[in-house]
Design a protein around this ligand. Structure first.
Ligand code: VAH
Length: 312
């Protein structure tokens, strides 16, 4: 019996690529994409779609029952930069969407959940290099607080009600199919677009701001892998550290300049610098590699080639 999957936030940066990947794997009619607004024509033509507010429990329950959904990927969220501008809207979206999905699973209306956390759960006093799976977590952003709280609730629902919810702490994600929205790591996507359009980029983070990053294909690979792993292999029910590459703005600029030789970068740090400064520089993801065989494929050079080839 083919799975029936629902993606919430399917028009976002990760949601879009996850929709295509899951449709390729399971068949387009097994994967229902949903979001608060319609996506681009390509996404809308690729399979079933529902306009759906993930914070509306009864609307969500109707879609789950109508399509006999078994698995939910909750990709709807307000990211770090935007969440600082609208704290209560961010808390409502990020938390109530999670409670809705967790409670559907608690009531046995769905059987498995993927929920994304983020390296934003770490804060200014977390050790910054090779940040451990279990360490000091005092996030100083609304987004990070919502992700840390979400991790606690995921573990609680697993331990108390046996809900099979699985999660990874995504680093900054780099992709070409969709624009990111409202994140602090978005500079690492914008820079490729601007390098091709104008051969210049004004970066909103300063030199030396090293952050954990990952090409989207690796993030999708990790998401599918953790969801397919036997339940016995999932030893961490808050969220797994996940890592690939770490770089500072000047390093991605240098990697672009190898291909666009007249590329010039300027630096004009804004409010997002303080958010970035609160996050780790690199992540230790040994637990994900040991428990369910995670390994990344894209380094910075391969990422730059992929981005410039597909955007060029
Ligand atoms: C953000 N892209 O910048 C997200 C991500 C680690 C960063 O969670 O908010």
């Amino acid at each position: 019996m083919a799975k029936s999957i629902l993606i919430l936030g399917a028009c976002g940066q990760i949601g879009t690529e996850l929709t295509y990947a899951l449709r390729q794997k399971h068949g387009k009619d097994c994967v229902v994409a949903s979001d608060i607004r319609e996506g681009d024509a390509t996404l809308m033509a690729s399979g079933p779609f529902e306009l759906l507010d993930a914070t509306n429990y009864s609307a969500l329950e109707d879609v789950v029952m109508h399509y006999e959904i078994e698995e939910v990927y909750l990709m709807a969220a307000m990211l770090s930069a935007t969440a600082e501008k609208f704290p209560m809207r961010a808390w409502n979206l990020n938390m109530n969407s999670l409670f809705n999905v967790l409670n559907l699973a608690k009531e046995k209306k769905i059987s498995k959940i993927f929920w994304p956390s983020s390296i934003a759960v770490f804060g200014p006093n977390t050790p910054k290099e090779a940040t451990e799976q279990h360490t000091i977590m005092e996030p100083s952003t609304v987004y990070g607080i919502s992700k840390q709280s979400g991790e606690r609730w995921c573990q609680y629902y697993y331990e108390k009600y046996g809900v099979d919810v699985r999660s990874v702490r995504y680093p900054g994600l780099i992709s070409w199919k969709t624009q990111p929205g409202g994140g602090t790591t978005d500079y690492a996507v914008e820079i490729y677009h601007k390098a091709i359009e104008t051969q210049t980029y004004t970066c909103f983070l300063k030199k030396g701001t090293t952050l954990p990053m990952m090409f989207m294909d690796d993030a999708i690979k990790a998401t599918l892998a953790i969801m397919e792993a036997p339940e016995t292999q999932i030893k961490i029910r808050s969220s797994y550290n996940l890592a690939a590459i770490s770089f500072a703005p000047e390093e991605i600029a240098a990697s672009i300049a190898l291909h666009i030789t007249n590329f010039k970068m300027k630096y004009e740090p804004d409010f997002r610098q303080q958010i970035a400064d609160s996050w780790p520089s690199s992540i230790n993801d040994d637990s994900a590699r040991k428990d369910w065989g995670w390994q990344h494929s894209f380094d910075l050079e391969k990422t730059t080639k992929e981005m410039l080839t597909n955007l060029g």
